[in-house]
Design a protein around this ligand. Structure first.
Ligand code: AR6
Length: 231
């Protein structure tokens, strides 16, 4: 029986369950060994050029509001580098609010390789998508569609063709999909955030009243989608 360890909030180190936790684990089925975990990138803060400080407030506030609904499930904000500003801001703000760091934490790694390379098991990942729900483009969208192969494109089409800013769509991955069988990811949730980049569709021209409202809606929709997989 393999046990997926919990990740530490301060680093990518892993912890070993205590002896009495192991006894409990052996009584449950293998499927139950995994703590439901959503890994998500910071929506809108790279290609869509959304302000990092405002985004970090929204991430921490929406995560804090959702944790009580999620039972033991975990929310993990992921970015590629240890120098990530959004990870530092979120970590500092979550710690100031005393949010349980075992249930909401940051993690450095490629969201498509969290289990194989980072030892972190996440059964659901979020994608910072484009409105057409198309592969490619760049950023995390390109990485997720590439790692998932054509299965994700087909599964996405079965659910939706387009997405409005602030909305998300939950896409179950077939077991043939490489992200499912290599990384243990059963669902991808595509999220469309607000766009502040004048070279991309629906630019909000720095209107942060609208932008913050849409980003809040986007995270709320994302966490609700994850909640529906937990229940
Ligand atoms: N793993 C983890 N995090 C990543 C990865 C990865 N493989 N790649 C990027 N990030 P972005 P947006 C982080 O630009 O701002 C796309 O082209 C990145 O460092 O992907 O919402 C879509 O098609 C940043 O923190 O998304 C849309 O058109 C975060 O993911 C548009 O970009 C989001 O960066 C969406 O722009």
């Amino acid at each position: 029986v393999s046990v997926f360890p919990a990740a530490s909030s301060s680093s990518n180190e892993v912890t070993t369950p205590k002896a009495n936790e192991k006894i409990e684990i052996f009584r449950v089925s293998p499927a139950k060994l995994v703590v439901p975990t959503l890994a998500f990138p910071s929506i809108s803060t790279a290609d869509f050029q959304f302000d990092l400080d405002k985004a970090s407030d929204i991430i921490v506030e929406t995560a804090e509001a959702f944790l009580p609904k999620l039972g033991s499930a975990r929310l993990v904000l992921v970015d590629l580098s240890h120098g990530s500003t959004i990870l530092s801001l979120v970590k500092a703000k979550a710690s100031r609010k005393n949010i349980d760091s075992g249930r909401f934490f940051t993690f450095v790694g490629d969201i498509t390789k969290l289990h194989s390379q980072g030892g972190l098991h996440c059964n659901v990942i979020a994608n910072a998508a484009n409105w057409r729900l198309k592969s490619g483009g760049g950023g995390v969208n390109a990485a997720i569609f590439k790692a998932a192969g054509p299965d994700l494109e087909a599964a996405t089409r079965a659910r939706a063709n387009t997405l409005l800013p602030g909305k998300s769509v939950l896409v179950p991955l077939p077991s043939t999909c490489p992200l499912h069988n290599a990384e243990g990811i059963t669902h991808v949730i595509h999220v469309l955030g607000p766009n502040m980049n004048p070279n991309r569709p629906d630019c909000l021209n720095n209107d942060y009243t609208k932008g913050c409202k849409i980003l809040r809606e986007a995270y709320t929709s994302l966490f609700e989608g994850f909640l529906s997989t937990v229940q």
